[in-house]
Write a protein that binds this ligand. Sequence first.
Ligand SMILES: Nc1ncnc2c1ncn2[C@@H]1O[C@H](COP(=O)(O)OP(=O)(O)OP(=O)(O)O)[C@@H](O)[C@H]1O
Ligand SMILES: [Mg+2]
Length: 310
Amino acid sequence: MAIKISFINFKGGVAKTTTAVNFSACLANTKIDGENPTVLLVDLDPQSNASLWLLGKTRFPIRNEHQQEKTVFRMFMDMFPREPKNFRFKDAVVQSVVKDRHGHDLVPTLDLLPNTYDAIDLEERMMTHQGVLDYLAKQLEDKEDSYDYMVFDCAPNLYYTTINALLFSNFYIIPVYPDFFSRAGVRVLCKAIHERYKEYTKFATEKPELLGLILTRIKENATLDQGRAVDLESELKTLIAQKYVSPDAILFRDDNGDPIYFNDSTQIGRSIESEAPTMFYSAGGSTIQTYKARMQTFTNKVLEEIERRS
Ligand SMILES: Nc1ncnc2c1ncn2[C@@H]1O[C@H](COP(=O)(O)OP(=O)(O)OP(=O)(O)O)[C@@H](O)[C@H]1O
Ligand SMILES: [Mg+2]
């Protein structure tokens, strides 16, 4: 059975997509008991950034009707009466999505279920339709045996598509920038997730647990102000005491006990334009090497945390 993880924050631009894409690639590339796990990355954001990134301009389904049948947008549209019901997972999923320049698979066990911009109208349609909160679960439950992990890249909101992801997820991870607003945001977000779960439990396949917070977008070459991490941890402690999040929720730290964080850098920005995860970007020198090493540490810690809770 797949372990399902949502990357979520209703604050925009905190590197949800960048972290979800690189984590998925890193996870699929990490041997567990001698084998590479199979990972399905699902792009649930109408901005479709993960899809645009991994498919590049040539493979990205824009205004081609045939291609649109093969997207998360179409998968959700099929819930409405009078829609053609022509979504087929096996046609839509892009297997081994990451290729090198010669078309060879770079991460054979990473698949993508892409989205497209038309999904922007979905939420409005879902608002007026009953029974929409377990739609993602119903569409993907028979794929759970085909994947070890499913990773959901969520839009910066808590609307229906995001709730679908949460109610189908074992865990959620919050990428966060450690400033004053974000700290308040984490509090509001965790309470809101808790409330949504309580309200919609009957649609839930899983009880989504906060796995942890991961620090992102620290200024280029800057080191982390440790106090900021401690502030976030004290926020977490309050949320745990109030039972809004799991008592096991953490701020991700490395084996030395130092917070794991990702720096902003122009090199990483460039890697995103390269149509491959930063994990497979060969230029960029030491900044990229540091990013890769920290992403591997983060991935290992996620695996450890999942193991600890099972
Ligand atoms: N480490 C980084 N260095 C440089 N640029 C970055 C880094 N991480 C993310 N970015 C850039 O910051 C912007 C926001 O990142 P990303 O799209 O991953 O955030 P997001 O939280 O998914 O945003 P949204 O809320 O819009 O979905 C993007 O333009 C991305 O290219
Ligand atoms: Mg995003």
